[in-house]
Every structure is written in structure tokens, then in C-alpha cells.
Design a protein around this ligand. Structure first.
Ligand code: SAH
Ligand code: SF4
Length: 351
């Protein structure tokens, strides 16, 4: 299925219901043809909300003095991850934080090795922001196999405006060296930043494809209190759904998760629409409940039952996936082709 850039742009700009329905139906066909019916459930553990960066959109930016900061002790992060893998059956976990150098290379390497020792069949993704090549190399050797590292927007001027003191080309270089090291990459844009054009959103889709990201992760911008953008209008469910559908058509074999930000603004309805319009994965929050409210990268509109016990949350999601005529994937997922190689090297590692 081929779509021209100008058609993609028109679909993104348009608000014709019929066209939207056709787009979603085509994305669903492309999903079935290219990655099948399986839907993977991944987990995310938000282990620290300290951050030395000052991204204008983000509620845990260093300049936000209103939030309470926390750091999960290494042992507790380990326990949470091991339990998610061994008791709840997660095959892929994201360890996420602000840019928090308290967790230095040694601490992170210890953490990854200790988790890996107790649950070898679990892929660990890091989402810890900018660190140098050597750090990512050491963490790969410790057993981490993926990075969740969004480029946020391909509009260079906008990127450098909303991420002060950061350079877009450096962000892309980082993604490239991570891939070179061997990491699976998850990347993509925030959708709906003030000043973001539809043209740049289409560019974002082609950039995900060019970077050969394994997981095309994108979610709507949700204004966060205590940030310079707190009074901005956020991204919409319909724009996020169009982005998912177009990404599926333009980059058919990508794993496309239904992100927590989309769930937050659109609830179950958006989850189902995304699943039926190109999506094929979910990311469930496994952060221990006493920390969750403080990981406030955006305001908690709390449409989703984020207080649900992890087991209950998996149960509810499983029901939803099955009701959509899809299958829950308890392995790696058929679209994670790179995993076979990565997984093999993971199994062969010294304990
Ligand atoms: N510090 C790391 C990872 C944590 S932030 C990093 O920045 O890479 C993870 C993601 O949350 C960011 O990449 C951004 O895309 C998203 N995010 C931050 N603030 C947001 C907001 N207000 N609305 C929606 N997504 C947001
Ligand atoms: Fe820090 Fe990431 Fe938030 Fe930027 S987006 S302020 S790097 S946590």
C-alpha cells in the first residue's frame, strides 16, 4: 500500500469524517497484513522524576519547583522489574526517568545485570535521556537491549525552542549511535505542540522510517502545570489517531504502541480506536503506586484507571484486546524481527 506525501499531508490537515474512516480502515488492513493480529503489552517503570533538563513542555523539568521529587532505590526498581517479568509475564520493560545523573553508569549497569540475572527472557529498554556513547555501550554490555528516546519533533527550530540548550542534530546522532551499538530504538514525536505544523508531523513519520525505529512511539502533548506551556492547548485524540494510521501505512512493519498520553486524554475509546487504526502494542504503567502521582510529565487528567493494580490492569487490557478480535502476545511479537538476534546475544551473555 503506497501513499504519497502530499496525500498524507492532506489527510492530516483534513477533517472529513468519511476520509478519516477510509484512512483508519486502510491502516487496519496494513497492520493485519504486515504485523498480524498480535498485540504486545509492555510495561514502564518510572524510577526517578529528577531531571537536569528544562524542556518547556514537561512537568518534571528542572525549573518546576512545585513538584515533589523522588528516586526509587535500586533494589526496589529491581524488585519491581523482576516481579513484572516473573509474576506478570512481561517480556519487555522500559526503565524511565528524567535526566538524573544520580544513577551513574555503575549503578545502572548493576541494576540491569541484577534484573537480567533473575529474568533472562525480558528485554530491557532504557529511557533515561542523553548520556554519552560509552555509557550506552556499557549499559548494552550489561544487558540493556533497547532505548526509548524520542526526537520529539523534526522541526529543528521548534525542537531547539522547546528543549533549551539541546541540539536536534545531537539527538539524532544519539539515536544513530544507539542503533550502531545494537539497541532496538523507540522514537517519534510529541503531537500538538504550539507552532508544530502538519508538514513537520508528516516529516516526523518519514523520519521514524528513515531512522528505522523498531517502535514508532508518539503521543499527544498534554499541558503540564508549573511549566511555561501550561496554558497551551494540547494535542487532540483525532490528530494522534491520524498520525498512528498514517505511520502504519507509510512504515508498515513498525511496532506502534498506544501511548499512555493518548489513553490519558481519550480513555478506553481512544485505546480501541488506536488498536483498530494501526496500533499493535500497549505500554502499562508499573510504577509503584506511592510514586505515580509525582511522575507528572503532564497533568493527570486521569481518565484511565491508573490506580489499578498491575494484574487487574493487564486483565482489563486483555479483555479489550480480545473484544477487538486480536490476540495478546506473550512473547516478543512477530514484528520484533531484530529481537531474535538481540535475544540470542542476551541469552549467551555471562550471568
Ligand atoms: N527524560 C527522558 C525520558 C522521560 S520523558 C527523555 O526526555 O527522553 C519521556 C517522554 O515524555 C518525552 O520524550 C516526551 O515525548 C514525553 N513528554 C514529556 N512531557 C510531555 C507532555 N507534557 N505531554 C506529552 N508528552 C510529554
Ligand atoms: Fe527531562 Fe525528559 Fe522531561 Fe525533558 S522530557 S524535562 S529530559 S524528563
Amino acid at each position: 500500500m503506497i501513499i504519497l506525501r502530499e496525500n498524507a499531508l492532506n489527510l492530516l490537515k483534513g477533517n472529513n469524517t468519511k476520509e478519516f474512516e477510509v484512512l483508519v480502515a486502510l491502516a487496519n488492513l496494513s497492520r493485519a497484513e504486515n504485523v498480524g493480529d498480535q498485540v504486545c503489552i509492555h510495561g514502564i517503570i518510572e524510577f526517578s522524576n529528577y531531571c537536569s533538563q528544562n524542556c518547556l513542555y514537561c512537568g518534571i523539568r528542572t525549573g518546576n519547583k512545585k513538584i515533589k521529587r523522588y528516586r526509587m532505590p535500586l533494589e526496589e526498581i529491581k524488585r519491581t522489574a523482576v516481579s513484572a517479568s516473573n509474576n506478570l509475564g512481561y517480556k519487555m520493560l522500559v526503565l524511565q526517568s528524567g535526566e538524573d545523573l544520580w544513577y551513574d553508569t555503575d549503578k545502572l549497569a548493576w541494576l540491569i545485570k541484577s534484573i537480567h540475572k533473575e529474568c533472562r527472557r525480558c528485554l530491557l529498554f532504557l529511557s533515561i535521556g542523553d548520556r554519552d556513547y560509552n555509557t550506552y555501550k556499557v549499559l548494552y554490555n550489561a544487558g540493556a537491549r533497547g532505548v526509548l528516546f524520542r526526537f520529539e519533533t523534526s522541526d529543528v527550530a521548534l525542537y531547539e525552542k522547546v528543549r533549551p540548550n539541546c541540539s536536534f542534530s545531537e539527538r539524532i546522532n544519539h539515536l544513530e549511535f544507539m542503533r550502531e551499538i545494537g539497541y532496538l530504538t523507540a522514537s517519534g514525536p510529541i503531537i500538538g505542540l504550539h507552532g508544530q505544523t502538519m508538514e513537520s508531523l508528516v516529516d516526523d513519520i518519514y523520519l521514524m522510517k528513515k531512522l528505522k525505529v523498531t517502535m514508532a512511539t508518539m503521543g499527544p502533548f498534554i499541558p503540564a502545570s508549573g511549566t511555561p506551556l501550561e496554558d497551551n492547548i494540547g494535542g487532540t485524540v483525532s490528530l494522534a489517531l491520524k498520525m498512528i494510521a498514517l505511520t502504519r501505512i507509510i512504515y508498515p512493519r513498525a511496532r506502534i504502541p498506544v501511548t499512555t498520553a493518548l489513553e490519558k486524554i481519550g480513555g478506553n475509546e481512544a485505546r480501541i480506536a488506536a488498536l483498530n487504526g494501526g496500533g499493535n502494542a500497549f505500554m502499562l504503567n508499573l510504577t509503584p503506586s506511592q510514586y505515580r502521582e509525582y511522575y507528572a510529565i503532564y497533568d493527570d487528567k486521569n481518565k484511565m484507571e491508573s490506580h489499578l493494580h498491575s494484574l487487574q490492569a493487564v486483565g482489563e487490557l486483555t479483555k479489550l484486546i480480545k473484544a477487538c478480535g486480536r490476540k495478546v502476545c506473550r512473547g516478543w511479537g512477530t514484528d520484533f524481527t531484530l529481537n531474535k538476534k538481540n535475544f540470542a546475544s542476551l541469552c549467551n551473555m555471562e550471568g
